[in-house]
Design a protein around this ligand. Structure first.
Ligand code: GAF
Length: 378
């Protein structure tokens, strides 16, 4: 294992253990998690592997095999000054911070991380990093925390230390997923259920289309969408948009952005439930229209898509995909397309042709199957 070898070479001793946590793709249920709604992500076969050993003092030494020439090897961060951590190290420092804030007795550690989540693809490499480190520290310090606790601590790290006001979906998918299953989560009760998702048995493939773009200017948009939802919930007198039961009544009391945001969130929750119903009925081949409807709602009502995602989705459907949608936060990153195996080549060609025609860099197309959640490798 590369992380363990690099650990030995850098720190001159063996790691106490090696942990892995995956990135995620979301099948459906987008921008619903912070509205107390429903999500259905699954873990992807790529993630972060962390080789870790406790130190017995209050220093963190960190190395990422992806951070270039290893110049950051062993650069220490003191637990008393975690705010000094920079770049990717903030996600690790954030986990330590969140654990200590919650009263857990974690101390310094040596950590080497090795990640293979495609960079910038919107597949939650940051959640994978947080959860891999949280899983390691949990075991090494004997904290006895469960998977959900680890996901919540990782989310706290991201919200209150890194400063990204994300919901719980990405960290939960990384911590709690089961191989061959999607993870249904009720983001209010935090109850989860593993939903069998055997695409190959149905002759299907799920293609991730990494657009390769990330619209930096859009970074504040996530927080703005959250604010729109919160103010709409307040106007409607509900705790969260999850509680809207009479959609047309609610829409008649709202205008502009708030009206559109509410229509997306409420209908998206229904689509999650409908999709789960189809999976239960063994009708995975019929979920395509729900994926398409989700994309249109995210594009027109939630306004988090972008031309590269729209072109990918439209080209995939034209090429014969049974359904396609953007996945994750939006403004770039990836789309997914559900494709019957024999159409995969045609879909790929149509998506690539559409990008070429516009003079855009070629997107990456990666088939994904539901992988296991966080686990100890050694
Ligand atoms: C990002 C966030 F991190 C998630 O919590 C979720 O809100 C998602 O965007 C949109 O569904 O990945």
């Amino acid at each position: 294992m590369r992380a363990a070898e690099a650990f030995r070479a850098t720190f001159g001793r063996a790691p106490e253990g090696v942990w892995h946590a995956p990135g995620r793709v979301n099948l459906i249920g987008e921008h619903t998690d912070y509205n107390d709604g429903f999500v259905l992500p699954f873990a992807v076969p790529w993630g972060v592997t962390a080789a870790v050993a406790a130190r017995g003092d209050d220093t963190l030494r960190l190395l990422s095999l992806q951070a270039g020439d290893g110049a950051d090897a062993g650069r220490p961060v003191e637990l008393a000054d975690l705010a000094a951590a920079e770049g990717w190290a903030r996600y690790v420092a954030g986990v330590l911070w969140a654990m200590r804030e919650a009263g857990h007795p974690v101390r310094g550690a040596d950590i080497v991380v090795d990640g293979d989540v495609p960079q910038g693809a919107g597949l939650s490499s940051s959640a994978a990093l947080e959860v891999s480190v949280a899983a390691a520290l949990n075991e090494l310090a004997g904290l006895g925390l469960g998977r959900l606790d680890l996901a919540l601590l990782a989310q706290r790290a991201e919200n209150d230390f890194v400063g990204m006001p994300c919901g719980i979906m990405d960290q939960a998918a990384s911590a709690l997923s089961r191989e061959g299953h999607a993870l249904f989560m009720d983001c209010r009760s935090l109850a989860t259920r593993a939903v069998p998702l055997d695409l190959a048995a149905a002759g299907l493939e799920l293609l991730i289309i990494d657009t390769g773009v990330h619209h930096e200017l859009a970074d504040g948009q996530y927080a703005r969408r959250r604010r729109d939802c919160e103010s709409a919930a307040k106007r409607l007198g509900v705790d969260a948009l999850r509680d809207v039961t009479d959609l047309s009544g609610a829409l008649s009391r709202l205008a502009g952005d708030e009206r559109r945001r509410v229509r997306h969130v409420v209908t998206e929750n229904h689509r999650v439930e409908a999709l789960i119903g189809l999976l239960r009925a063994g009708a995975v081949r019929e979920i395509g229209p729900l994926l398409n409807a989700s994309h249109i709602s995210l594009r027109d009502d939630y306004e988090v898509s972008c031309p590269e995602l729209d072109v990918a989705v439209e080209a995939a459907v034209r090429g014969g995909a049974r359904g396609a949608r953007m996945t994750g936060g939006g403004f770039g990153g990836s789309a997914i397309a559900l494709v019957a195996g024999e159409r995969a080549g045609a879909v790929r060609e149509e998506v690539e042709r559409s990008y070429r025609e516009r003079g855009w860099a070629a997107p990456r197309l990666l088939p994904a199957t539901p992988a296991p959640g966080a686990r100890r490798l050694a």
